[in-house]
Write a protein that binds this ligand. Structure first.
Ligand code: ADE
Length: 230
């Protein structure tokens, strides 16, 4: 079993790369694919870059060239809803792209036109493992629910209200749903685990900078616990 681990930013994969027993490193599509063993499991760790296109390209390379059997995405996200605070963890139950809009043809917002699926569902076994890992390794609260992705950093109260009402989302970020779509198209099980770095509201960019180190530490601990249990 080979597990593909994706983080969008250097900060999100830095600790993983410090811990990996590296056997090989390849460069493709401006991304470094780090092949080796991490906490006892065969993995390929990669920084995809930010946004849906980078994440999609990265995921397809992991599947085609490295034959990964599972994909785990770790990183940070903006929390939606008053009870989800910076430092908390959200595990995706399913993912939707909030910036897809063909509603003029009668489609629901987020629906990829002419695709059977609306939301892309995380693998239930991986979700369960992630939840157990959260309960074991973090003093922070964890939530399971819908994560929405789009090529936008959300920093407005109106926009989070809309994401909540329209999609019933608990967190927003910029890659998860495109990783999810690629995994869905290739029938590869996946899970998205994100630590909350901000509340996606006015001032989100300030909280974001401040909480990133906590978020990264959080999701690394969870991933470690999860890999050891797999
Ligand atoms: N990642 C972390 N916080 C975010 C936000 N507010 N919007 C989009 N992606 C994020």
């Amino acid at each position: 079993m080979i597990i593909g681990i994706i983080g969008a930013m250097d900060e999100e994969v830095e600790i993983l790369l410090k811990n990996i027993e590296l056997t090989k490193k390849d460069k493709k599509a401006n991304m470094e694919f780090n092949i080796g063993e991490l906490w006892g499991k065969s993995v390929v760790v990669v920084r995809s870059g930010i946004g849906k296109v980078n994440a999609a390209v990265c995921t397809q390379i992991l599947i085609d060239d490295y034959k990964v059997n599972k994909v785990i995405n770790v990183g940070v996200a903006g929390g939606i809803g008053k009870e989800i605070l910076p430092g908390d963890v959200v595990i995706g139950e399913n993912l939707v792209q909030h910036d897809v809009d063909t509603s003029v043809f009668g489609d629901k917002l987020g629906q990829i036109p002419r695709l059977e699926a609306y939301d892309f569902k995380c693998d239930s076994t991986l979700v369960k493992l992630a939840k157990e890992a959260c309960d074991n390794s973090s003093e922070h609260k964890s939530f399971i629910g819908r994560i929405v992705s789009g090529d936008q950093f959300i920093a407005s109260v109106e926009k989070i209200k809309w994401l909540n009402e329209e999609f019933d989302a608990i967190a927003c970020e910029m890659e998860g749903a495109s990783i999810a779509q690629v995994c869905y198209l290739n029938s590869v099980p996946f899970v998205i685990i994100r630590s909350i770095s901000d509340n996606a509201n006015n001032g989100a960019h300030i909280d974001y900078e401040k909480f990133i180190p906590i978020g990264v530490k959080n999701s690394t601990n969870i991933l470690k616990n999860m890999l050891q249990a797999m």
